[in-house]
Design a protein around this ligand. Structure first.
Ligand code: SAM
Length: 261
């Protein structure tokens, strides 16, 4: 693809890419080499990828993603830095930006509702886009089946996608309300719950976490099968949301044959 073709394609798809949570944009912006690398590894369809320094980007590929060298060589189109700045509000230090097709809702639903061998993480009314991105990254690393958010936060918001480092494509990410949650035993994380160290979290569990400010909603608590606590010294009120997800997934992974080796 030549530069003109790449720019035309970008402009045809791009206006929705950075537009936040209005509707469900068909394409999401991948910012930086690592986000593009992750998205491609997990099967994202990437109709256009731009870079300010093609030789530099391909050097990164040789060093960090030899599995994708050929794909990236065929995909990356060099544009001047000024042009890139005109298309992407804050170009990434690696000078790479791409647009990826957001998975169809039916595909995401099927992954969340089909027979599952690993948990789904439920964020109940999260507020912080960076936390949500960090959780997507954790879910991808632990091979969790999905990340579901209740409430107004869009888990495909560009800031969440940035925080997730392109790993939305490695798990199933969707907004759902509590009555729509997938089936499965629901373990809700709360400092008042039973000590997690005495529990085995099943592979088909839903692991739910409350909002940064208010904790779990009454609606989520009512759907929970069990409240679960992470060990914590007295006088500390709570852990950060994303670190709580990391600890709970680690606990599940420590006892499960379905967790990544
Ligand atoms: C920052 S905390 C919420 C703090 C909030 N002020 C509250 O009253 O619960 C975000 C979420 O992380 C999880 N969490 C934090 N510390 C925890 C702990 N010690 N045990 C279990 N879950 C915890 C819970 O799901 C909590 O709702």
């Amino acid at each position: 693809m030549d530069v003109d073709e790449a720019l035309e394609r970008w402009r045809g798809l791009g206006p929705q890419a950075g537009s936040g949570s209005v509707g469900a944009p068909r394409h999401v912006l991948l910012e930086g080499f690592h986000a593009l690398k992750h998205a491609l590894r997990f099967g994202a369809v990437v109709p256009v990828a731009l870079c300010a320094d093609r030789a530099g980007a391909l050097e990164l590929a040789a060093e960090l993603a030899p599995d994708l060298e050929g794909v990236l060589a065929g995909l990356l189109v060099e544009v001047d830095a000024e042009t890139l700045r005109g298309l992407v509000a804050r170009p990434h230090p690696t000078g790479v930006a791409a647009l990826a097709e957001r998975p169809e809702a039916v595909t995401v639903e099927a992954a969340l509702r089909g027979a599952r061998r690993t948990p789904v993480v439920v964020l109940d009314q999260p507020r912080h886009l960076g936390n949500a991105g960090a959780v997507v990254r954790l879910a991808a690393g632990f091979g969790a089946s999905g990340v579901v958010t209740t409430g107004p936060l869009d888990p495909w918001h560009p800031t969440v996608v940035r925080g997730g480092a392109g790993l939305h494509f490695a798990t199933a990410v969707a907004p759902l309300e509590v009555p729509e949650l997938p089936d499965g035993p629901l373990f809700a994380l709360d400092p008042e719950g039973a000590d997690i160290r005495g529990l085995t979290l099943p592979d088909d569990a839903l692991l739910a976490f409350g909002s940064e400010r208010h904790g779990l909603t009454a609606e989520l608590r009512a759907r929970a099968d069990q409240l679960v606590a992470l060990p914590m010294r007295p006088q500390v009120s709570s852990y950060n949301l994303a670190t709580s997800v990391g600890m709970a997934l680690f606990h599940w992974a420590s006892a499960s044959g379905a967790a990544p080796a």
